[in-house]
Write a protein that binds this ligand. Structure first.
Ligand code: UT7
Length: 324
């Protein structure tokens, strides 16, 4: 027993922040950002919140699946930038979309969050505990990124992507294989202290107020080594060759990381779609945002085989093979 995704949705804040605007704020250039990351614009929340973006993406995923909110049994929100500690963002989403029959909770695995949450939904549904789930990745990273830190402020954007999934009925469709991992001893390379009260005494995590601290080069080298190895192991588990996969949807962090993974796997880069140029790195929202775009423009059709692969703070990584 496994899940099928029967609807997708997404939401982006109205405000667009360009590289040109960033040039005025920090010591950077449009050219540097394009060449080193592939990013040109990103959306930044003004009035939107993690929960409001997530709720909008969920409404659209439900509409796409032809389902009503009261039919939803489980809501999983992957996020690392919720404005509220309590209640969790998933409960706020439940209230906003009036999914009164759902259980709701958050998952924080940073940029791997959506893939981890989808695998969690799969486990719940496969166990028979729930028949369906809304899985949403949503971030307002602009709330935890230092606007004067050129290492991070040029990369991140805000947004949300959601899927409605339910028990699969057809042969071969669904989640064929999944894998996930964590390297907690490397947490200090990408971290953010909570913006409140007592300072936990973790010497290895740099003190930097409540802003994201990132050692970009360390994360880069982790990604270009771990992601290809993870995909190779995943395909092995699935008993599939890379040539059988139609599209590889990677975490959208840097176009050079995506191209490097494609090269290491010896797979043509055109099978690695990207929306990085327009939306930047939206952490847990990145993969479901891209999934929604490809679904809505007809690039993902029934029978398509997809690999979703993510990596991020933790450090964490995860991947799965889906047949649409
Ligand atoms: O979601 C998961 C989390 N994040 C990631 O996956 C990020 C992974 N890392 C990266 O994408 C890249 O490491 C970055 C985009 C963050 C940085 O790119 P890089 O090619 O690794 O640059 P670098 O840090 O090696 O810096 C090269 C130069 C340095 O100058 P010098 O020492 O060569 O004179 C930096 O000071 O570029 C400079 N630099 C910048 N210049 C203009 C660093 N950031 C900027 C900037 N604008 N924003």
């Amino acid at each position: 027993m496994t899940i099928r995704i029967s609807g997708t949705g997404s939401a982006l804040p109205d405000r667009i922040l360009t590289n040109r605007e960033l040039e005025e704020r920090v010591d950077t250039s449009d050219e540097w950002i394009r060449e080193r990351t592939g990013i040109v614009t990103r959306h930044i929340a003004d009035k939107e919140t993690v929960a409001s973006l997530a709720a909008e993406a969920c409404r659209r995923a439900l509409a796409d699946a032809g389902k009503k909110a009261e039919e939803v049994e489980l809501i999983l929100l992957a996020s690392c930038s919720s404005e509220m500690m309590l209640p969790c963002g998933a409960c706020r989403v439940q209230a906003e979309i009036a999914a009164q029959n759902a259980a709701a909770f958050d998952i924080n695995a940073a940029c791997s969050g959506f893939v981890f949450a989808l695998q969690t939904a799969n486990a719940y549904i496969a166990s028979g505990m729930y028949k369906n789930a809304l899985v949403v990745g949503a971030e307002v990273l602009s709330g935890i990124v230092d606007p004067s830190d050129r290492n991070t402020c040029i990369l991140f954007g805000d947004g949300a992507g959601a899927v409605f999934c339910e028990m699969s009925t057809g042969e071969g469709e669904g989640m064929i294989a999944a894998l996930q991992g964590s390297m907690g001893d490397r947490g200090g390379v990408l971290c953010c202290r909570a913006g409140h009260r007592r300072d936990a005494d973790y010497a290895e995590y740099p003190k930097k107020d409540a802003f994201v601290h990132m050692d970009g080069a360390e994360v880069y080298s982790f990604a270009v080594r771990t992601v290809p190895a993870c995909i190779e192991k995943l395909l092995d588990m699935a008993g599939m060759g890379a040539e059988e996969i139609d599209l590889f949807l990677l975490h959208q962090a840097n176009i050079r990381i995506i191209n490097s993974v494609a090269k290491r796997l010896k797979i043509p880069a055109d099978r690695f779609p990207s929306d990085l140029e327009r939306v930047g790195n939206t952490s847990s929202a990145a993969i479901p945002l891209l999934l929604d775009e490809l679904n809505k423009c007809g690039k993902i059709v029934r029978g398509c085989k997809l690999v979703l692969a993510a990596f991020g703070a933790g450090l964490t990584y995860g991947a799965c093979v889906l047949q649409w």
